[in-house]
Design a protein around this ligand. Structure first.
Ligand SMILES: *[C@@H]1O[C@H](CO)[C@@H](O)[C@H](O)[C@H]1NC(C)=O
Ligand SMILES: *[C@@H]1O[C@H](CO)[C@@H](O)[C@H](O)[C@H]1NC(C)=O
Ligand SMILES: *[C@@H]1O[C@H](CO)[C@@H](O)[C@H](O)[C@H]1NC(C)=O
Ligand SMILES: *[C@@H]1O[C@H](CO)[C@@H](O)[C@H](O)[C@H]1NC(C)=O
Ligand SMILES: *[C@@H]1O[C@H](CO)[C@@H](O)[C@H](O)[C@H]1NC(C)=O
Length: 370
């Protein structure tokens, strides 16, 4: 009796499990736009009513592994164990007759795919491509053309990519996130996207960025540009990116921050990381004054904190969170700052003069002759 009950349970359970992935419940919250108020996800999920998103038989897609994502009526595919580009091609040849859409394609720590070739995915579309840590050198144009309406995340960090299809970005109407950190990209064409929110392209030998490269990223919130060998920020390069919230420019070779470099309609810019550059001059109007903004300047060459340059930022209520490891002269240039305890509070705790004194401990009376 007991055994029969258990067997029945397993049979029922496995039937339920198998059909869950294919069955489509139209009342599901993810298919209900009123539920998508931007907190859970603010994009409309593609219409999956006509899709057959059941996992194919395991041997048909071997060595890839398919799993059901029941709550999203979709499937994920993990191809981390592939041995060649041909194998990838054959797997999609096999599965594309029954599968139209994959939520997440995953391939991690692969050593065999050098070029992601046009046509390899046939007519299959994706929401997310995770191909981090591998030996990829090129992603061909159009390889994700079937995903123009569905693609949200492209992750290719830690590869050897020199050629990336930046021109395709504007064709993905729901793309939110690109991570191509730690590759070998030395050139980037002007980017266009009204949906992209996060761009990670740090640790690439870019060296230079053209003035209008980000101008078309009208919804961008975060840009990672650390470790790219950058020597100069073109004034206006970030101008009018009104949603821009965080920018990482650490570990570059910046020296003079010119007027307009980090200003011009950047009312939401709350986080600027300039750690470990060679900055010795910040011009008047270089950094937009924004309330609550946090500026990180540790390990640079600043000697002065001039009143005309920085007072507007302090008055707006920004914080020079980290200013340690700079050869600050602490002469008359900072008299205005030392005289205002609230300004001193807006400095990080590591704020020291070149002689080792903490700015917090300086006596305003010592600046009486300034
Ligand atoms: C869905 O795919 C399975 C094989 O994975 C196939 O047997 C079935 O006929 C397909 N259903 C439809 C409606 O295409
Ligand atoms: C494609 O599927 C057939 C069985 O339908 C299988 O013999 C073949 O190995 C599969 N190809 C790949 C690359 O998995
Ligand atoms: C994808 O295209 C092939 C022909 O190239 C076709 O046989 C197959 O039905 C298509 N798959 C879907 C899911 O539409
Ligand atoms: C990076 O790209 C350059 C060409 O732009 C090439 O000469 C170099 O070998 C690449 N480096 C690696 C590690 O692939
Ligand atoms: C920013 O927008 C203003 C007003 O629309 C415009 O005059 C200015 O040229 C723009 N600046 C840049 C760098 O695009």
């Amino acid at each position: 009796m007991h055994n029969l009950g258990l067997t029945l349970f397993f049979i029922l359970f496995s039937i339920a499990n198998e059909t869950l992935c294919a069955s489509l419940d139209l009342a599901h919250p993810l298919n209900d736009r009123t539920f998508n108020n931007g907190i859970i996800r603010s994009y409309a999920y593609p219409d999956t009513t006509s899709l057959n998103d059941t996992c194919p038989d395991a041997e048909v897609i071997y060595p890839c592994v398919c799993s059901c994502v029941a709550e999203e009526h979709s499937i994920d595919l993990d191809c981390s164990l592939l041995m060649s580009e041909d194998q990838l091609k054959n797997v999609f040849l096999n599965l594309s007759s029954t599968v139209k859409h994959i939520r997440r394609f995953y391939m991690y720590d692969d050593q065999h795919i050098r070029v992601l070739r046009y046509g390899v995915f046939r007519n299959v579309s994706f929401n997310e491509i995770y191909m981090g840590k591998g030996y990829m050198e090129e992603v061909e144009r159009g390889v994700l053309e079937e995903s123009q309406e569905t693609l949200q995340r492209m992750i290719f960090n830690d590869n050897l990519i020199t050629k990336f299809p930046f021109e395709d970005i504007e064709t993905f109407s729901n793309l939110r996130y690109i991570n191509i950190n730690r590759n070998n990209i030395s050139e980037i064409s002007n980017l266009e996207s009204s949906s992209l929110k996060e761009l990670y392209i740090g640790h690439n030998p870019l060296v230079e960025l053209q003035e209008d490269v980000f101008r078309g990223l009208t919804s961008i919130e975060k840009i990672e540009l650390g470790n790219i060998g950058l020597t100069n920020i073109h004034p206006g390069i970030f101008s009018n990116l009104t949603e821009l919230f965080a920018i990482h420019l650490d570990n570059n070779h910046l020296q003079h921050i010119l007027s307009g470099a980090l200003s011009g309609g950047l009312a939401n810019l709350k986080y600027i990381n300039l750690w470990q550059n060679d900055i010795d001059i910040v011009e008047l109007g270089a950094v937009q004054a924004v309330e609550g903004q946090q500026l990180y300047l540790t390990f640079n060459n600043l000697e002065l904190i001039e009143e005309d340059v920085w007072r507007p930022n302090f008055e707006a209520g920004f914080r020079m969170v980290e200013i340690g490891r700079n050869p600050l002269a602490c002469g008359c240039d900072i008299a205005w700052l030392v005289r205002d305890p609230s300004f001193v509070d807006q400095l990080g705790e590591e704020a020291r003069c070149a002689n080792g004194n903490f700015i917090q401990n300086l006596n305003p009376d010592d600046f009486i002759n300034c």
